[in-house]
Ligand binder design. Structure first.
Ligand code: FRU
Length: 495
């Protein structure tokens, strides 16, 4: 590409040296075994989820020095199969005038054997009167899969390229792709009405960009600022993913604060218009935000999200690491709805399979061989003669994490009130599921501190964390009345 400055960054070197030593002091036994987690310190959004030289790379918002959010670096990992992750050195540090306030979220593409990152450079200066001068701009760094150089012409999209009336302080999280001769990028922004909008830019050379159009806007109907957009085609629909802030609760679909949503519509490529038809929440759990997708070589659209919440952070303060990603999920569309299923490669790690067919559950039942904190377990419940069905996981004498199904109300709840966090945060969430006369299929992916509940083959998902001691491995079932279940449990063993 030419014109790349060889960076000589003390701030980056410091992070690389620090993380190497500090991460070695954390036992793998206390980390999730097949979910990507912070090597040390804090992580949030997935960034730059992309294929490069036949492997899948994932970067993330990263503050290695503390388990709280701080000056943002980009941490880095890669995988061949989305299950087994390899840790790589930090790639970006806030070390230039235009990103001193942090290297915020962004994306990546492979181009002619190089790996191109686009991220948000933040300037955040405290003025004499204590106020903050904030500017967010889009910057490019190019690398070889290990080392990345920021372009000398950064920022490549600055505040002058914002459409009139946009706020200069909120302009972030570029998601880039290539189509024909052009590079395109969607960026989250805040309109003068204080709520979110998604801006489209294009470029022929990654350095000179022009503003194209506003693809969609909240108009204060779906939260305020829209963060972390993604935009792609899926089974004939055009899907825009957003992470809106300050959403107002709406039934069981949206809760107060940070949410995620997918907007379904048709993208008119000629006129750069996205005609939105509807929108829905992506995940109904307590811990899911800022998802990003990539397309695999075999054409699957895979999504990964940050498995934590801004508002309800329950990670124990004794931990030296904070933050996990979801299991990568295969996305498809069915009847106009997004379907999410765990990446199929998980099956390569199945061990100790235990099955029960048509097992009657009355009151509380423990089943031989059904236990564990690193498992993939499918439970199919049926019967018309029961009122309540509960699966308790991560259970010991003191604690349990409760998943309940009410077949009369078609409600599923997740409840971590008794999961050892002694803090008055949000512990429970409910979803309304499709009525099937007492039948339901729940697939639980549990990896030490999290459960992702895939309902009815991915029609809905509920993702939440809990930090109960790891020796709480018990699982029990309870039915009020008579329920029949079929269960298939696999341990997930990653060596
Ligand atoms: C979303 C977000 C992004 C931003 C990043 C900062 O979680 O607020 O908008 O780029 O986190 O870490």
């Amino acid at each position: 590409m030419g014109n790349i400055i060889r960076s000589n960054s003390k701030i980056l070197d410091k992070a690389r040296i620090f993380e190497k030593e500090a991460a070695n002091n954390i036992s793998y036994k206390e980390k999730p075994s097949f979910h990507l987690s912070a090597p040390v310190g804090w992580i949030n959004d997935p960034n730059g989820f992309s294929m490069f030289k036949g492997e899948y790379h994932l970067f993330y918002q990263y503050h290695p020095y503390d388990i709280k959010w701080g000056p943002m670096h980009w941490g880095h990992s890669k995988t061949k199969d989305f299950i087994k992750w390899e840790q790589l050195p930090t790639v970006l540090a806030p070390d230039e005038e235009y990103d001193m306030g942090g290297c915020f979220s962004g994306s990546a593409i492979e181009l002619d054997g190089t790996h191109v990152l686009m991220y948000t450079g933040v300037v955040d200066k405290v003025e004499e009167d204590g106020s903050h001068f904030i500017r967010q701009t889009q910057c490019v760094a190019i690398g070889d899969g290990i080392d990345y150089e920021k372009l000398d012409c950064n920022p490549v999209i600055d505040s002058f390229l914002l459409p009139e009336g946009s706020k200069l302080e909120d302009f972030r999280d570029p998601k880039m792709w290539k189509d024909g001769d052009y590079f395109y990028v969607v960026v989250g922004s805040r309109h003068a009405d204080e709520s979110g909008q998604i801006l489209l830019y294009k470029s022929k050379d990654l350095r000179n960009w022009s503003f194209v159009s506003v693809l969609d806007r909240s108009e204060n109907k779906l939260g305020r600022m829209w963060e972390c957009p993604d935009f792609f085609k899926l089974d004939g629909s055009d899907i825009m993913i957003i992470s809106p802030q300050e959403v107002k609760a709406k039934g069981l679909k949206f809760h107060n604060g940070h949410n995620t949503a997918y907007l379904i519509g048709q993208y008119d490529k000629e006129n750069y218009k996205f005609n939105r038809e509807s929108y829905e929440p992506i995940d109904f759990g307590l811990d899911f935000y800022a998802p990003q997708t990539l397309e695999t070589e075999d054409g699957r659209r895979i999504m990964i999200g940050w498995m934590q919440s801004w508002e309800n952070n329950i990670v124990p303060s004794s931990f030296k690491w904070c933050g996990m990603m979801t299991i990568p999920r295969e996305l498809t569309m069915k009847d106009g709805h997004l379907i999410q299923n765990p990446i199929r490669e998980i099956e390569n790690y199945y061990k100790n399979t235990v099955k029960y067919e048509n097992q009657l559950i009355q009151n509380e039942v423990n089943l031989d061989g059904i236990l564990g904190r690193e498992i993939d377990m499918t439970v199919e419940i049926s019967g018309t003669d029961y009122e309540d069905f509960t699966i308790s996981v991560a259970k010991n004498n003191e604690y349990e994490t409760i998943i309940n199904f009410d077949p009369k109300k078609d409600l599923i709840s997740f409840d971590r009130s008794y999961s050892s966090k002694l803090g008055d945060l949000l512990h429970k969430r409910e979803i309304k599921v499709r009525n099937q006369n007492g039948k339901i299929k729940l697939r639980l992916i549990i990896d030490k501190y999290s459960v992702e509940i895939f309902v009815n083959d991915g029609e809905q998902v509920m993702t939440s964390t809990f930090y109960t001691e790891l020796d709480a491995t018990g699982i029990s079932f309870y039915a009020k009345g008579n329920a029949t279940v079929s269960i298939e449990k696999h341990d997930i063993v990653v060596e």
